[in-house]
Structures are given as C-alpha cells and as structure tokens.
Design a protein around this ligand. Sequence first.
Ligand code: MD3
Ligand code: FE
Length: 202
Amino acid sequence: PPLNIRGFQVYKGFLDRAAQDELVAQARQVAQDAPFFSPMTPSGRTMSVRMTSAGRLGWVTDRSGYRYQAAHPKGQGWPEIPEQILEIWRGVASKERMPDSCLMNFYGEGARMGMHQDKDEGDFSWPVVSVSLGDDALFRMGNPERGGSTESVWLTSGDVVVMGGDARLSYHGIDRIRFQSSSLLPKGGRINLTLRVVDQGD
Ligand code: MD3
Ligand code: FE
C-alpha cells in the first residue's frame, strides 16, 4: 500500500528496473520528436529544469504566461503518450479517463523546482500522477494555502506519487537532487513524468 503524506500517495518502488529502463527509452523517443527546452517564466527567469511533453496538450511557459498548448515551442505537435506510461495511470488513477498530457521534466546537476501549485488544468477532479526516474530528489509537500508547515520525502527511481483529492492543489516542489546517485541515467540526472487531465471532463 502507498505511504500517505498529507494526502499525497507515495508508492515507493512501484517500478522495477526493467520497467524503469523501458520508460527511459520511451522518454528518449519522445525527446527526439519534441526536444527538451529551457522554459522561461513570465517574469523572465529561465527555469533550471528542462521540459518537454507528450499527449494532445503540453505545458509551456514564456513571457506571455503559463499554459497548455497543442504545439511544442518550435511548432510541431507533441508525440503520443507512450503506452507503458498510460499503463501506470490505469494502475493507480483510472481506467475510464486517460490523461491529456504527460509533462517530462529533466533535472540536471543543481536543478530545482520552487514551491508551486499545479492549477493550469481545467479539471482538478482527476489526480496528477508523477513517476520518478534516475537520481534521488528531495520532494517537499505543503498545504493548499501558501505557507505553513511542510514535510519532505526523498523520491527515488521507480517511485510513483498520486496527488488527488485535497492534495491536488497543494503546494509542492523539489529542493534538490543527489546528482549521480542512480545508475539509471549513465550521465546522471532525473526525469520526472507527470500525467495530467487538462481538459474539463465530459
Ligand atoms: C502535487 N514536478 O511538474 S512531482 C510539476 O518532481 C512538478 O518534477 C515535480 O511539480 C517533479 O509540476 C514534482 C510531484 C507532483 C507533481 C504534480 C503535482 C506533485 C504534485 C500536482 C499537484 C500536486
Ligand atoms: Fe507541480
């Protein structure tokens, strides 16, 4: 059964090494069609995490703001979400509704993600499912309101986290990664896949 931390369901060791290797191969294929880019926040700061997406809609940010859109910043459509990634969603989230979007974050040495809410989606009734691959990351979980106490957990390769219910709009972030702590990505780094329902339900 998953750990439950403030409504975040943490499935430690959900994926074995063979499944992790297969997901890395699929992520590499997505990145061939839709290369990782360095997003710029609306305030003009370049994020330390590099990103790309699969699915009908991908998350982007630039000087105009944060949003989901049907095209990569370079103009082409996003690749389909690989079937093995959808299978994880079916296992922990839903067999009825599939995600519209798979955001892929790449954390190199020194990359982090400040505390934020995920609220650019049109429907918060579905969970967000996150898959960790590669180096260990210190994940910090807060509250649906800004500020207050937080709790942290190290996410390691193969862990899956489900953010649903009250946790869906909670603040969260990645404080740091332990660069080259995992052998999954030979050059080091961490890939985080997040599956999201973006469009409002039928
Ligand atoms: C809680 N990613 O992409 S995954 C993100 O590890 C993001 O790359 C982090 O936060 C990462 O937005 C954290 C865990 C996570 C993902 C989505 C969430 C936690 C969440 C959405 C709502 C609440
Ligand atoms: Fe997030």
